[in-house]
Write a protein that binds this ligand. Structure first.
Ligand SMILES: *[C@@H]1O[C@H](CO)[C@@H](O)[C@H](O)[C@H]1NC(C)=O
Ligand SMILES: *[C@@H]1O[C@H](CO)[C@@H](O)[C@H](O)[C@H]1NC(C)=O
Ligand SMILES: *[C@@H]1O[C@H](CO)[C@@H](O)[C@H](O)[C@H]1NC(C)=O
Ligand SMILES: *[C@@H]1O[C@H](CO)[C@@H](O)[C@H](O)[C@H]1NC(C)=O
Length: 408
């Protein structure tokens, strides 16, 4: 049985008319509990989970226009493929605008930064080891993506919201056949130019077993679509190459202009970020520790999770560099989906998963070197890139704190 439209509509209407609002609709029993291994079946399970999350998020919003976040002003983030060509172009135009705007970071702090877009890349590079495999991973990237969206809106006149890349759709269609990456003027640009004779990318190291990942269908500079002329100015710091080695340019904050490279890799998308991977991640992991570890890939397990799946499916430079990855504008659509996946998971047990029990981990990469546990009071600071210093507790809900958005 599925959560049908009338149940959802009923939730929405009753929420709009009455306070207090219903918290756990009776529809819970109709949700999938076991992830389907068949990707088509899993795909409709993901739709059901998404609709359920929407109905709960909607029912927690009041119709009172006096409330800071209400049913009339809630921002709606949508999947790239469901945007019109005009909306897609408005988004990429705004990104190009950010890439043409003067940086806030002086070169005395981050020498390689050349634009507002780079302010975000520099901040991510500088904080990489404090925001991955930490207690802040999901919330930090939620805030980062939100502030990027706000900069597009407030500094570049964009009137839409942050779109996302649903990996389960590209796993089914093929990356270069998707509206996000088909290379047209209404895409996020496509693959890099084909480079022959590539070997595997090899992850692992540091005492972990090698994890070879296949190369993709490009490898060279992106030559079509809105970002064909863009310059990547920062990095790399730990860029995995297709000869099994890794290259770096010091701390990655120096000026190192080069083309945007991609190496779109369907095999990686399909293996780590198909519809079953997403549904299984959401349904099988009941606490935040397991959820965020499986999402990022448990080191040594042979899995890079949906998070790694999206990044390495992009491939190229800076796509295969954890530090510099926001240097590819597709990063923000990927992290839109990461955030959406967390959002769906949180709404399945809202009270538990948006509070103190929704946080696990410390302030350092796999707690190395050891550091204090992340708590609701831990500050999150994006430096000069954007925003004010906020606390973890401000970032746990997309509708209850400073944020006001949902995902369709
Ligand atoms: C939630 O609200 C949004 C915005 O009004 C609407 O587009 C969406 O269909 C609603 N979803 C559900 C499941 O009620
Ligand atoms: C889907 O992803 C899971 C890992 O999340 C993997 O085990 C499975 O083999 C993948 N399915 C297909 C059809 O590739
Ligand atoms: C930090 O978190 C771990 C794991 O949840 C817990 O065992 C430990 O007691 C916590 N440390 C402090 C100082 O609260
Ligand atoms: C870089 O990151 C460190 C550690 O989070 C922080 O203390 C420092 O202020 C950051 N530098 C800049 C310029 O933002």
């Amino acid at each position: 049985m599925r959560l049908n439209a009338s149940v959802a509509l009923c939730l929405l209407t009753s929420a709009a008319n009455a306070l207090p609002q219903p918290q756990q609709p009776a529809a819970t029993a109709t949700l999938p509990s076991e992830p389907a291994s068949d990707t088509a079946a899993a795909s409709s399970q993901l739709d059901e989970l998404s609709k359920y999350a929407q109905s709960l998020a909607n029912s927690s919003l009041t119709s009172s226009k006096r409330a800071a976040c209400n049913i009339a002003n809630v921002a709606i983030r949508r999947e790239w493929g469901s945007l019109s060509n005009k909306e897609r172009k408005a988004y990429t135009d705004a990104v190009l605008c950010l890439q043409a705007k003067k940086a806030r970071y002086p070169t005395s702090i981050f020498p390689g930064v050349r634009s507002r877009f780079d302010d975000f890349v520099g901040t991510h590079i500088n904080q990489t080891t404090f925001i991955h495999y930490t207690g802040t991973f999901l919330a930090w990237h939620r805030y980062f993506t939100y502030e990027y969206e706000q900069s597009l809106r407030n500094e570049c006149g964009y009137t839409g919201y942050q779109p996302y890349w649903d990996w389960s759709k590209t796993a089914a269609s093929g990356l270069t056949k998707s509206p996000i990456l088909d290379g047209s003027q209404f895409s996020m640009s496509g693959d890099g130019e084909f480079v022959s004779g590539k070997g595997n990318v090899v992850l692992g190291g540091n005492g972990l077993p090698d994890l070879p990942l296949p190369p993709g269908s490009g490898g060279g500079c992106v030559k079509s679509g809105p970002f064909k002329d863009m310059k990547v100015n920062l990095g790399p710091v730990a860029l995995a190459l297709t000869d099994g080695t890794t290259v770096s340019n010091g701390d990655g904050l120096g000026y190192n202009p080069r083309c945007l490279k991609r190496d779109l890799t369907d095999a990686i998308n399909q293996r780590f970020a198909n519809a079953s991977s997403v549904v299984s991640l959401i349904l099988k992991n009941k606490n935040i520790y397991d959820f965020q570890m499986v999402m990022q890939g448990i080191p040594g397990s042979g899995s890079i999770g949906v998070h790694g799946g999206g990044h390495y499916a992009m491939g190229g430079d800076p796509g295969r560099d954890v530090f510099t990855s926001p240097g590819d504008p597709l990063f923000y659509l990927h992290h839109g989906m990461i955030d959406r996946t967390w959002w769906i998971w949180q709404l399945l047990d809202q009270k538990e998963r948006t509070g103190a029990k929704g946080i696990s981990g410390t302030g350092t990469f796999l707690n190395t070197p050891p550091s204090a546990n992340t708590t609701l009071e831990t500050p999150i600071d994006l430096g000069l890139a954007a925003g004010t210093v906020v606390k973890m507790k401000d970032l746990m809900s997309t509708t209850a704190g400073p944020f006001c958005y949902i995902y369709l």
